[in-house]
Design a protein around this ligand. Structure first.
Ligand code: GRF
Length: 196
């Protein structure tokens, strides 16, 4: 494996706790990736401040009033200018244009708060509780043209407790997300390095 670290761009829309988990994991000397850019479609996204305080380059551009492909082209340009090799979506609440997805094919992953293929889209915890599921959880998958549909790279099951609400379940699943995402991202870039 090359001794240089894989360059990651993270896209967020809000809190950015998964981005923070990726960032903190990257501080270990043996982590095979580094975060070189955090970009958001909302200039007020809380995660931007956190990334900036850690010395990471940030970019923010509101998508409001822009065509999807036009907006995505701006984000794509920022990622390419920063020398990004892989994109990690972390609570990025935007549907992506086909051009953007194609441009990062097999180089873009996402974390989703359900055990895919169950509960693609929004309100995953609510739906798991309504269905009477015993397990919730999270998945990291490769991003393809269909929403939350690409090959699953890793999952963590989280037991549902009696009396759980969507919020209490979300809180525990988030702990699992933070652990899963950095591990899967590290494996993903290592696998590529071996094949490359
Ligand atoms: C996470 O639950 C993630 O799985 C989902 O959106 C939430 C983002 O939270 N896609 P954060 O911004 O990473 O804190």
């Amino acid at each position: 494996m090359a001794d240089t670290k894989a360059r990651i761009g993270v896209l967020i829309s809000g809190r950015g706790s998964n981005m923070a988990a990726l960032l903190y994991a990257a501080k270990r000397a043996d982590c095979p990736y580094e975060i070189v850019l955090v970009a958001a479609n909302d200039p007020d996204a809380k995660g931007l401040q956190l990334a900036a305080a850690e010395g990471i380059a940030t970019f923010a551009q509101s998508h409001k009033g822009m065509k999807r492909a036009e907006f995505d082209a701006i984000i794509d340009g920022e990622l390419r200018n920063a020398g990004v090799e892989y994109v990690a979506l972390a609570g990025y609440m935007r549907l992506l244009s086909p051009e953007f997805v194609q441009g990062w094919a097999n180089r873009m992953i996402n974390i989703h708060p359900s055990l895919l293929p169950a509960y693609k889209g929004l309100h995953t915890h609510e739906r798991a509780l309504e269905a009477g599921d015993k397990m919730g959880g999270c998945s990291v998958h490769v991003v393809t043209a269909e929403l939350d549909d690409g090959p699953v790279l890793g999952q963590t099951e989280v037991a549902i407790l009696p009396g759980d609400t969507p919020d209490t379940l979300a809180e525990r699943v988030l702990i699992a997300e933070h652990q899963l995402y950095s591990r899967v991202l590290a494996d993903f870039v290592r696998r590529d390095a071996r094949q490359g």
